[in-house]
Design a protein around this ligand. Structure first.
Ligand code: KIV
Length: 267
């Protein structure tokens, strides 16, 4: 039985009815398992810079790398909506640059939409993308691509003024036509105020439980991250299990126990 494809209007319509479940994926196999589990929204996050490519931040990630991983994710998916996280400097330069590169995410990567970091400053680009048929997932609060300007990965919106500003940023993203909005690392009371102030679903990461949905980095969920952030919950311990399996293989090769008869043709 084929399950209908998740689209921007469908995700948007979940607000107030059903929590939005979102996960990051970087390859075909994990994307297929998420799709089979009924996860409606898959983000090919530029967190792949750290989770897969070994960088210290998202800043070195290129558009070509994002396209490569987006295409792999899309090959595993039939019904989830796949969003490409536009990497640093692939959309900040101009509205035209944002439009051209977002177009590549759909044409070459096969994505169903893109994510851009930033509120008011991004409104013109979001409007241009949406007007040209490209669904946009917004992202405010902690902006990892601005880590140098923010002075580190810090919780945002902690003062009254900063909280008020975040609500304005959220409204700007909504007015520009985004279908949903990621809220990263902010006090739960601020996330709640934003969630109540906008009509599009908010998807929290480190923003408490009042959001309309949640997103987690798949490596954090699986226990693959050595020093996970406070907001992450590991639902498995695959880091430990992977280390154990590698060591067991190493020992069996060294002792001659692998391959056994079962792994040998004609034995
Ligand atoms: O890159 C990423 O994984 C993200 C999510 C954490 C929202 O932007």
């Amino acid at each position: 039985m084929s399950i209908a494809k998740w689209t921007a209007p469908k995700i948007r319509s979940l607000k107030g009815n059903q929590k939005v479940v979102c996960l990051t994926a970087y390859d075909c196999t994990f994307a297929r398992w998420m799709d089979e589990a009924g996860v409606p929204l898959i983000l090919v996050g530029d967190s792949l810079g750290m989770t897969v490519l070994g960088y210290g931040s998202t800043l070195p990630v290129t558009l070509d790398q994002m396209l490569h991983h987006t295409a792999a994710v899309c090959r595993g998916v039939t019904s989830a909506m796949v969003i490409t996280d536009m990497p640093f400097m692939s959309y900040q330069v101009s509205v035209q640059q944002a439009l051209e590169n977002a177009g590549r995410c759909l044409q070459e990567g096969g994505a169903d939409g893109v994510k851009l970091e930033g509120g008011k400053i991004r409104a013109e680009s979001i409007r241009a993308l949406v007007d040209n048929g490209i669904p946009v997932l917004g992202h405010i609060g902690l902006l990892p691509q601005s880590v140098k300007a923010m002075g580190g990965y810090r919780v945002q919106g902690k003062t009254e003024e900063a909280a008020r500003q975040l609500i304005e940023e959220a409204k700007a993203v909504e007015d520009a036509g985004a279908f949903a909005l990621v809220l990263e690392a902010m006090p739960p009371s601020v996330a709640q105020a934003i969630t109540e102030a906008v009509s599009l679903p908010t998807i929290g990461i480190g923003a408490g439980r009042s959001c309309d949905g949640q997103v987690l980095v798949i490596n954090d969920l699986l226990g693959l991250t050595d020093k996970p952030p406070k907001f992450a919950k590991a639902y498995a311990k695959l880091g430990e299990e992977t280390r154990r399996a590698i060591a067991a293989y190493r020992d069996e090769v060294q002792s001659g126990a692998f391959p056994g008869d079962e792994q040998t043709y004609g034995a």
